[in-house]
Design a binder for this molecule. Structure first.
Ligand code: HEM
Length: 394
C-alpha cells in the first residue's frame, strides 16, 4: 500500500470499530425484536423493547398518546402470527447477517458461508413476506405520517427483497464483488429496524416536543439517506484500489458544477420544507435534510482522498456517488410534487422525505457496482478493473 493510500482511507481500526458497532447493535437488538410479540401469547411475557424505551424516555412517551402502541396495538393483536413471524425470523436473520459479514468466518469455511447464507435468505424472505401481509391486512396507521410511513414500508420491504435476490443472482454468476456489494445494501436495509429504534430512544431527549411517532417519521427519513448511503460508502471502503500516476482525473470544473447542483437542490428542497413547518415538527423536516448534506460531504471527502492518492478509478466512483447525493434532494422535490397532490402539502412532504432521497442514491450505488462487478476467475483475486476486496473473497 502506498503512503497516499494510507492517508486516504480511515485507519483500519476505525473501519473495524464501525463494523463492530453495527454488529453489536444487530445482536443486541435481535432478542428485543424476537420477544416483541410474546405478550400476545403469554400474559406476563417480557417486553424488553418497551421496557428499555420506558426506562430511558418515560412511560408516556413509550405507550401514551403519540406512541406506536396507541395507534397499532389493536392491529398487532389482530395479526399476531404474522407479526410473530416477521419479528422472530427478522431477528434471527439479523444474527445470521452478522455471521455472514465476518470476513474471518468466511475465510475459515466457504461451505458454512453458503449454508448460513441460504438460511439467511429464507428467513429474510419469510420475514419480509410477513411484513407485506401485515401491511395489506393492517392498512395505514392512523396518525399524521401514516400514509407516508405506509409508502416507505412498502418500498423498504420490496427494496430489501430485491437487494437480497440481486446478491444471490450475482453469486450464481460467480460475481463476488457484486454479490458482496448488494449484500451490504441488503444488510443496511435490515439494519434500519434496530437503527430506527436507536433513533427514537437515543435522540428523543434532543427533541423534547416530539412524540415517539414524530421520531419515527424523523428516523425513517434519516435512514432513507443513511441506509443506501452507508452501504455505498461501505462498498467503497471494501475495495482495494490502485495508485495510478498516468490516469486522467476529472477537471476541477466538474466539481464546481457538482457543488452548484448540490447547493441548488438543497436550496430548492429547503424552500419547500420551510412551507411545511407550520404543521410538521421542525426536526422531522430538517434533520433528514442535514443527513443528506452530510452524505454529500462524505462523498466529496472521498473524491478529495482519491485525487490525493492519484487513483482515477476510485475518484470516478466517488464522483458518481457524489452526483447521486447532490441530486437526492431534487428526488424529494419530485416525489413531493406527486405526494402533495395525494395527501396535501405537509403530509406529502413527510412521505417525500421518507422515500425521495433513496432513489438517486440507489441509482448511483447501482452504477458504481455495475462498474466494479464482473464474473471473477476464482483462481485470480483481481477483478476486471484491478479491484480486489479488502476482506478476501466471499
Ligand atoms: C428491513 C425491512 C423491514 C420492513 C420493510 C419491515 C416492516 C415492518 C412493518 C410493516 C411493521 C409494522 C409497522 C406498523 O406498525 O405499521 C414492522 C414492525 C416491526 N418490525 Fe419490521 N420490518 C423490517 C425489518 C425488521 C427487522 C430486521 C426486524 C427485527 C430484527 C423487525 C422488527 C420489527 C418489530 C419489533 C416490529 C414491531 C413494531 C415496533 O417495534 O413497535 N423489522 N416491520
Amino acid at each position: 500500500m502506498t503512503p497516499s493510500m494510507t492517508r486516504r482511507l480511515p485507519a483500519p481500526s476505525v473501519r473495524r470499530a464501525g463494523r463492530i458497532v453495527l454488529m453489536v447493535i444487530a445482536v443486541l437488538y435481535a432478542p428485543l425484536a424476537m420477544s416483541y410479540m410474546w405478550f400476545a401469547f403469554v400474559a406476563d411475557a417480557p417486553q424488553w423493547q418497551q421496557a428499555i424505551t420506558a426506562a430511558i424516555n418515560g412511560a408516556e412517551y413509550t405507550s401514551g398518546a403519540g406512541s406506536i402502541s396507541s395507534i397499532r396495538r389493536v392491529d398487532y393483536l389482530d395479526n399476531t402470527w404474522v407479526l410473530l413471524l416477521h419479528t422472530v425470523l427478522g431477528g434471527l436473520a439479523l444474527i445470521l447477517a452478522v455471521h455472514q459479514l465476518s470476513a474471518r468466518r468466511r475465510r475459515r469455511s466457504l461451505v458454512e458461508h453458503r449454508w448460513v447464507g441460504r438460511i439467511y435468505v429464507g428467513l429474510m424472505t419469510i420475514s419480509m413476506g410477513a411484513a407485506l401481509v401485515f401491511l395489506v391486512r393492517g392498512g395505514t396507521a392512523d396518525y399524521l405520517g401514516g400514509n407516508a410511513m405506509y409508502l416507505q414500508l412498502w418500498s423498504l420491504d420490496l427494496s430489501t427483497l430485491a437487494s437480497g435476490f440481486i446478491a444471490i443472482w450475482a453469486i450464481r454468476r460467480r460475481d463476488v464483488i457484486t454479490h458482496q456489494a448488494w449484500m451490504y445494501l441488503n444488510f443496511a436495509f435490515m439494519m434500519t429496524a434496530p437503527l430506527l429504534r436507536a433513533v427514537w430512544i437515543l435522540l428523543a431527549p434532543l427533541f423534547p416536543h416530539h412524540s415517539l411517532l414524530d421520531n419515527v417519521d424523523m428516523g425513517s427519513s434519516m435512514l432513507g439517506v443513511l441506509a443506501p448511503g452507508g452501504a455505498a460508502i461501505a462498498v467503497q471502503l471494501s475495495l482495494r484500489s490502485r495508485h495510478d500516476d498516468a490516469a486522467v482525473r476529472a477537471a476541477a470544473s466538474t466539481y464546481v458544477w457538482l457543488l452548484a447542483v448540490a447547493a441548488g437542490s438543497v436550496g430548492l428542497l429547503a424552500l419547500r420544507v420551510d412551507q411545511a413547518s407550520a404543521v410538521v415538527p421542525a426536526g422531522v423536516l430538517w434533520i433528514p435534510l442535514g443527513c443528506s448534506v452530510a452524505y454529500t460531504a462524505s462523498c466529496l471527502c472521498g473524491v478529495r482522498g482519491a485525487r490525493r492518492a492519484r487513483d482515477a478509478a476510485l475518484e470516478l466512483r466517488w464522483r458518481w456517488l457524489a452526483w447521486g447525493a447532490a441530486i437526492a434532494p431534487l428526488g424529494v422535490v419530485m416525489v413531493h410534487l406527486a405526494s402533495a397532490i395525494l395527501w396535501g402539502y405537509p403530509v406529502g412532504m413527510i412521505a417525500a422525505l421518507m422515500v425521495g432521497f433513496s432513489g438517486p442514491i440507489a441509482v448511483s450505488f447501482t452504477l458504481v457496482v455495475a462498474r466494479i462487478g464482473a464474473p471473477l476467475n476464482f483462481t485470480s483475486p483481481a477483478g476486471p478493473l484491478g479491484h480486489t476486496m479488502r476482506s478476501g473473497r466471499a
